[in-house]
Design a protein around this ligand. Structure first.
Ligand code: SOE
Length: 371
């Protein structure tokens, strides 16, 4: 069975997923066969060269024309194009893999989750960091109870690409196009990671107290710098949360964290032990187990560690792009087998509810519940 794939979006995420699709036949030979049928975008010239580079047979500027031709739509466009094409595809029985966050707004995310629950097709959201071997190993240890009662989760996602006030404006800086800034772009990953690691032992996030901050409120649209556009989203956020179990959480993200490039970290403290993970050292996990005097660092590169047997011998590290290979393998298998995939659009909606609550808490200056 060959799956015909349509991909909307051909820049950063388009390349990450096209690379993953190209790796599957060599490293995951039991993966479904994929035909990169059509690449979808607005700029015809850029689309043609991207189709050549990413290996797509056809191109179109009309996503509605692509839906009847494919088995799966990858929605990798900016956040403001997540809702309509995904809902239309699911309504037509076409499976959808959508980049995070699910939508710019809670209402958009609700529409997408409703369409997924009413469709016979498979829908997944691309929270790729769930598919790191070290993260899956960590989840197993937590779910086994090896850390005891979970008291705290501490998640930070720090970048520094907007520190320069002359860094150019982009869709990620527009509330209309993105919904939010660091909160939805980076905080969504942290909230999903916490749900993935703690969901079985701490339940859902129930209350939040958050703040958003914008440091530079307009930016140049090009190198000339004479035209500027307003920044209408947060450059950084922080939040305190409480889980159903009573576990407490602190979350933050920034695009102004000088010295941090793509520093996605999470730490879990339990009554019997702790663990710490950093994306900048993604082959490692720091563990504190009963009796240890301090954290020990272990490599998660053994053949029986998740996905490692598909790659290299112990200690031959994998990279950021391998997370996309793993999630594509699992999603395409779910489509072939007509089986549920996680993270689902329901998972994406759960994250969106927390994002929305943090924004409401910031507006009101008080703790709020999840709606
Ligand atoms: C932001 O720069 C970004 O590209 C996010 O949008 C991605 O989700 C994250 O994986 C890397 O950083």
């Amino acid at each position: 069975m060959t799956l015909d794939i349509g991909v909307l979006g051909y820049r950063f995420m388009g390349k990450a997923h096209a690379n993953a699709l190209a790796r599957l036949p060599m490293f995951f030979p039991d993966a479904p066969e994929v035909n990169r049928h059509v690449l979808i975008g607005r700029d015809e010239a850029a689309l043609e060269s991207a189709a050549d580079q990413l290996g797509f047979a056809n191109t179109t500027t009309e996503w509605a024309d692509a839906i009847p031709e494919v088995d799966v739509l990858y929605n990798l466009g900016p956040n403001h194009v997540h809702v309509e094409p995904s809902v239309a595809a699911l309504d037509a029985g076409v499976s959808v893999f959508c980049e995070k966050p699910l939508a710019p707004t809670l209402s958009g995310a609700e529409r997408m989750a409703d369409a997924a629950s009413e469709s016979d097709a498979i829908a997944g959201i691309a929270f790729n960091y769930r598919y790191l071997p070290a993260v899956q190993y960590a989840r197993k240890r937590i779910t086994n109870g090896d850390l005891g009662e979970i008291r705290h989760v501490r998640a930070k996602y720090l970048q520094d690409w907007l520190v320069d006030p002359d860094a150019q404006w982009s869709w990620r800086l527009s509330e209309e196009l993105a919904g939010s800034g660091s909160l939805g772009d980076l905080g969504a990953h942290s909230i999903d990671l916490a749900r993935f690691l703690l969901g079985d032992v701490a339940g859902e996030i129930e209350r939040v107290s958050g703040q958003l901050r914008t440091f530079v409120d307009e930016r140049p649209v090009d190198d000339e710098g004479d035209e500027t556009r307003p920044v209408t989203v947060d450059d950084a956020y922080s939040a305190q949360v409480t889980f159903a179990s009573g576990t407490t959480g602190t979350f933050e993200a920034s695009r102004f964290a000088t010295g941090h490039k793509n520093d996605n970290t999470i730490e879990i403290n339990g009554s019997a032990g702790s663990l710490r993970f950093s994306l900048e050292r993604l082959n490692e996990l720091e563990l504190l187990e009963p009796g240890d005097r301090g954290y020990q660092t272990i490599m998660i590169t053994e053949p029986d560690d998740p996905y490692i047997d598909h790659w290299w011998p112990p200690g031959h590290a994998i990279g950021w792009e391998h997370t996309f290979v793993h999630e594509n393998y699992e999603f395409l298998n779910a489509v072939r087998n007509d089986a549920p995939y996680t993270p689902s659009f329901a998972d994406g909606l759960s994250v969106q509810r927390v994002l929305d609550a943090i924004e409401r808490s910031d507006e009101r200056g008080e703790w709020v519940g999840i709606e």
